[in-house]
Write a protein that binds this ligand. Structure first.
Ligand code: IMP
Length: 437
């Protein structure tokens, strides 16, 4: 057992992304889940794509917590998640086909809101209507479902699947409202309430046994001394309130979403681990100061297989941005960082870290408050020598080439946070745990 695991005993941990998502959280959660009794998803929905690779097997999970692949770990989908029941059922079936049974260890909050077909349609219609100003969403209905939650009058929660008669009445009213809206705004064809209701009957029968009060479940588990791992979705720069609005997702994707997203106060979390890539990527629209829309970006994309797990879209790639990560470290109260994909940078003659921005003649190391200001940022880079060695077989920090260690030290200095886990390949075993004195 690596040393870092020992410290995890009897600890509640939270793992979140510190960039624009896709940092490699799935792998970090999977590794840490070995010592966790429960893994909790507290935000986002099927827009997430968490990849876990074990041996020859690759699991791409969108809504199920990454802990699902560990047979003894309970999985909670808490109230802050917007649940696409169809995708969830597909994932339950896919896991079962691979011999992984979640039937007695999956708990879905009765207060989690449900994503239905009209949310996905609204997402697509709105994005198409925006044209070049689109957000570049995953088209999974996330924004429209959260909007209905905030609006309250047309929202449906998992608890509604328990009473099909009442659900049908609500659904007829909601679909009527949506049809009028979509027809008036987009000239869209009507959607059929009966077809959606028929799907809901299946969801009710199949998911009903998992629906419960997850807040009570989590508090009783904490009373019983269980270890809980909270798994963030997306990344802090996509946080609705603190990210690069409007090019963000519709939930608090930083650690700040944890309390409202599952009913557990953040003071119950002992360890906040932020996950970054050794470089930066972004999918969808929005400012990205270190973007390399050139050969360097292409190299990173191909070597790092930077294509979306959820949508297959090529990701925009660039250098590591210590200004934005320094900000998300502060925002999330991050104690330590897991840096993934370090192996992808091998072979570069030199590597760069953005250590400050120039905005309208002024130099700053604090991340700007608006996307408009971020658009104006010019990067001030620290350039370091690269490394050519293949890192994939390294098991100890000391095995890493000196230039790689220098790179890690420079990132730590600029973001003000220690890097305690280093990923050197996609496998569960390809992670180095480092003890910081
Ligand atoms: P939405 O969450 O589908 O509404 O998309 C809003 C923005 O967040 C878009 O730029 C998406 O590409 C981005 N996004 C949403 N989920 C993820 C994710 O899991 N990884 C990376 N980007 C994401």
């Amino acid at each position: 057992m690596p040393d870092a695991f020992k410290e995890l005993n009897r600890m509640n941990c939270c793992v979140t992304g510190l960039q624009w998502g896709d940092e490699g959280k799935g792998k970090v959660v999977d590794i840490l889940a070995e010592k966790a009794d429960i893994v909790v998803r507290y935000g986002g929905g099927a827009n997430a794509g968490h990849t876990v690779i074990i041996g020859d097997e690759k699991f791409a999970l969108h809504i199920m917590p990454s802990g699902a692949v560990r047979e003894k770990t309970a999985c909670v989908i808490a109230n802050g998640v917007v649940v696409d029941p169809g995708t969830l059922l597909e994932e339950i079936t896919q896991l079962a086909q691979r011999g992984i049974d979640v039937s007695r260890r999956l708990f879905i909050s009765e207060n989690a809101h449900i994503v239905l077909d009209y949310h996905k349609l609204e997402d697509q219609l709105r994005e198409s209507a925006l044209g070049k100003n689109k957000i570049g969403t995953t088209a999974r209905g996330i924004g429209p479902c959260y909007a209905d939650k905030i609006g309250r009058s047309f929202a449906l929660r998992m608890a509604d699947l328990r009473n099909l008669t009442a659900l049908k009445e609500k659904l007829v009213k909601i679909v009527d409202y949506k049809n009028k809206l979509f027809s008036a705004l987009y000239g869209a064809e009507s959607i059929d309430a009966d077809a959606i209701f028929n799907k809901c009957k299946v969801y009710s029968a199949k998911l009903g046994p998992f629906i419960c009060n997850t807040t009570q479940y989590l508090h009783e588990a904490m009373d019983a001394g269980k270890n809980i791992l909270f798994e963030g979705a997306q990344g802090a720069l996509l946080d609705l309130d603190h990210g690069t609005f409007p090019f963000v997702t519709s939930s608090n994707a930083s650690t700040l979403g944890l309390g409202p997203g599952c009913g557990v106060p953040t003071k119950c979390v002992d360890r906040f681990i932020g996950v970054v890539k050794a470089y930066a990527t972004r999918v969808g629209s929005g400012p990205f100061p270190t973007e390399q829309d050139n050969e360097i970006g292409n190299l990173i994309r191909e070597k790092g297989h930077e294509y979306g797990t959820t949508t297959g879209r090529p990701r925009r790639c660039g250098w590591f941005d210590a200004v934005s990560v320094g900000y998300t470290v502060r925002l999330g109260g991050i104690n330590e960082i897991a840096m993934m994909h370090l192996d992808t940078l091998a072979g570069m003659k030199e590597v760069k870290i953005c250590k400050a921005y120039h905005i309208e003649g002024r130099q700053t190391t604090f991340f700007p408050g608006t996307a408009e200001d971020l658009e104006k940022a010019e990067c001030v880079y620290e350039t370091l020598p690269g490394w050519s060695e293949d890192l994939s077989a390294a098991t100890r920090y000391e095995d890493l080439p000196a230039n790689t260690r220098n790179y890690i030290a420079a990132v730590e200095k600029f973001v003000g946070c220690p890097i305690t886990i280093v990923g050197v390949g996609p496998q569960r075993s390809q992670a180095i745990f480092r003890k910081i004195m």
